[in-house]
Write a new protein. Structure first.
Length: 90
């Protein structure tokens, strides 16, 4: 085996190891320590946060509509606020 083939072999082995580490969720922190990341748990947390953001955006849209509506009366405003409270408790 000549030196060129050995270098190609080493690069190939290191590349395959890097791909396998990424596939199984091994990450390095800023100090070079390797940690295992549970992707299932992270995905569940991301889904929960996305749902929360979606509901907050809906509430903001309703509040913007209530505030910018020209024909807003006190009773209508009270109904909108109560509707938001009922939606939040669900």
């Amino acid at each position: 085996m000549n030196p060129f083939e050995m270098v190609i072999g080493i690069v190939l082995i290191v590349s395959i190891a890097g791909v396998l580490k990424a596939k199984y969720g091994v990450r390095k922190d800023q100090w070079g320590n390797e940690t295992h990341v549970d992707t299932g748990k992270a995905n569940a947390e991301n889904d929960r946060l996305r749902g929360e953001i979606r509901s907050l955006k809906e509430r903001i849209q309703v509040l913007e509509r209530v505030v910018t509506d020209d024909q807003t009366s006190a009773s209508r405003l009270d109904r909108e606020i109560e509707r938001l409270r009922d939606k939040d408790s669900v």
